[in-house]
Design a protein around this ligand. Sequence first.
Ligand SMILES: [Zn+2]
Ligand SMILES: [Zn+2]
Length: 458
Amino acid sequence: MDSIDYFYFRSLDEIRKPFYDWERQVINVGCSSQDIGIDDEQVNLTIKGKENIAKLIHEYIHFLQNFATNWGGPIFVDLAVSLLKIGASSNESEEILKLPLNKENINNDLLISGLELRESVIERINRSSRSFTHDKSRDAISVSGPTDGEFVITNGLTSIDVGLKLIREHMAYLGTQLYLNHNDDEIHSRNLVTFKRNEHMLARNPEYWILFEYFYASKCFENVGRGVFFLTQYSLAGLAPNYSIIRFIKWIHDIDLLAQRIRPLIDYVQEWTNLHSEKSENKKANDKAIAHCESIIKLSKKYESENHLFEFTRIVTEYTLANILKSEGGMNLFCIEDNFSDLTYWKKKIDEFGTGIVLYTDGVFAHGLSAENPDLLESFKHFLAGNLIVKKLLTNQISTCPFLYDIPICQAEYRDSQNCVKNPFLMLDEKSVDACLFVNGVLMLGLSKRLELYNSPS
Ligand SMILES: [Zn+2]
Ligand SMILES: [Zn+2]
């Protein structure tokens, strides 16, 4: 099993090449589709194949967090809406935009509002995600706070806010550990090997292990890995997942655990989610998430004939809403009795929810649903293009088409041309039937005549 984690974490360290980042909405598994054969009936997995599946599972859990929970659904739908606003702003303003794009230098209200919505999306995704390293000696793991409104969990060597990064990574990491059929002791020893800093034990990347180790160290629970997995899943069915985790920690703190026999952590998690107060929190979050998606669908239908942005926003939002309804906002995304170590189980999950875009070395696929909903892949591609283009404009990184090497899905005849590498925005001048996704994205966002670089070429 060593090689799996080695492979996996070596890649995590390559921060510049993440497997999945929320802006791209792409799962990059870095192997060929045959290596995994997720759509094949019978697959005899090699060790390498199992490694690849483990990576896919980790990233796929992130994808579901974004598109099938009360927390994630409204946020990612808003990300599409921010693109809608940016695109629609071109209808009412021909203001030439200076790069880097900065809302301080813009007069158009709709464009400013689109950029502000994007900022708020980023803020919501990253909420309370600060982590710190310390030189203190190692202490027992403890939770303290709130300081500056946030709770902090620390072992003396490292600490992190009880926030979204911690929640999302614990769920994805532990989901992978459950697939690999690791028990608590095995997860703990893996953690000691993977997350040490120099000679220190457990001193880095606390987002993957500190909550698990907090419950594990108390020696009061069985099946901590599974328990923490479901605790984080339940928290993402709320609108403020970090406060759900804190409520649970406070609740369990009031129980005299030492007087009890050792029980599975999941029993406590279930008891807690069944509290009247938690049920009503969850109901409120679910109603809000559904209402938000419904309002966006209504809006996009109204203007659908005007711009492809509205069509793809509707398709992505309908997909998100269907997932939220099916999983009760994430509460039943994974169920307690599920057998995580069974590969067929994951294949069924992928069939049921679909994957969005998965990038293999031999092509791009959208697993599951694609037969039922052929437009979904197209919509995710446009989502991806719009986000990357806006990011390039905001950070002034205008060179190299991302669809050339980074996410190699360019279909254009002029692929590999000078402009693809030096200034993809100038590819708008290259006439081709199959334009690059990047070019389509710029046109869709209504930016083709509004950028400074066309109007004053240097
Ligand atoms: Zn992750
Ligand atoms: Zn291209």
